[in-house]
Design a protein around this ligand. Sequence first.
Ligand SMILES: C[S@@+](CC[C@H](N)C(=O)[O-])C[C@H]1O[C@@H](n2cnc3c(N)ncnc32)[C@H](O)[C@@H]1O
Length: 347
Amino acid sequence: MSSSLLDSEAVYSAAPLTFLANSFLVSGVLKAALDLHLFDLLSTQALTLKELSEKLDMPRRAARSFLNACASAGLIIKKEDRYQNTMLAETYLVKGKPYYFGGYLAFEINRLFPPTHHLAETLKTGGLKKQNAAESIFDVYAEDPELGLEFFQQFHVLSGLTAPFLLEKIDLSDRKTVLDLGGGSGSLSIELAKSFPYLKFTLFDLPGICKIADHFIQEASLDSRISLYPGDFFKDDLPSGFDLILLSAVVNLWNPEQNEILVKKCWDALVPGGKIIMVGSMLKDNEYEPLELSFVSLISAIDTQGAIYTWKEQEEFLTKAGFQNLVRFPITAPIRNGVIVGVKLKD
Ligand SMILES: C[S@@+](CC[C@H](N)C(=O)[O-])C[C@H]1O[C@@H](n2cnc3c(N)ncnc32)[C@H](O)[C@@H]1O
């Protein structure tokens, strides 16, 4: 056996390891770029290192490393001696643009960086969730209206970005009444209500979150079409008689047993012929791809009892409750890559 790595037959590059070890710098660079409004600066103009180091108020040597790191992360590109936004940054990270969700990313980096620093301990002790309780980070937001509004002001835009993808895939013109279960700020109901003027929505969420939803629904002047139903979907009965249920970005908060209970409650709330639209993040059946969702699954584990489930697991939640004729639609919305539609054929 060879005594030295360099003598061995298979010499592997260690670069992936050092990159992994330094990966905290990748989110650090993104956060710094957002804090420094780099993408806003580069939205209208391509700038040189000298100009950027002045505008960012950063020594030239540090600015050079920082900008080149942004370039290797795919956030900006360098053409000759000028830096400019990539399409990715221009579309999603320039404040004021319709698809901007940089504020959400900065909020989440701030929130999750400290527990990630002690990840082994965080995972062992159940992370941020309160012990022995079927609670999620949203209970914290529900109880702290200021923090809740701060979160949802960022999340609302991000979640609303899912609507165009849904509208492209699914026709709702034969539906009349929708229950948006765990509807959050109402982003999806609001967007769908704009496209289907005959649809009436009931948004069910925790009382503190319903107050936040009220703010966004009033802002969109849709309070006559989207009503609020405050409650806890585990402890309280759901309203019933709907012909459509939206379950968007909810099952990732809970463990499989809790999801089975929840989806059964959805079944009971629908009339025969009613449909469920489950929207969210879906992993491949190997449970670890795509990479970005595999890591998001850790956030669910830190925050709640949840996980990012595979397509198959999420379909099983539906079939166990009785839903049939399941159809999968992959989508490419930010942080959501899938939709599953199921039908309640009979009681
Ligand atoms: C990730 S958010 C998704 C919000 C919304 N569906 C969307 O797609 O933007 C999960 C939602 O589930 C709600 N939720 C969590 N626990 C709940 C409970 N026990 N009863 C009712 N709603 C709950 C949260 O308050 C939050 O609004």
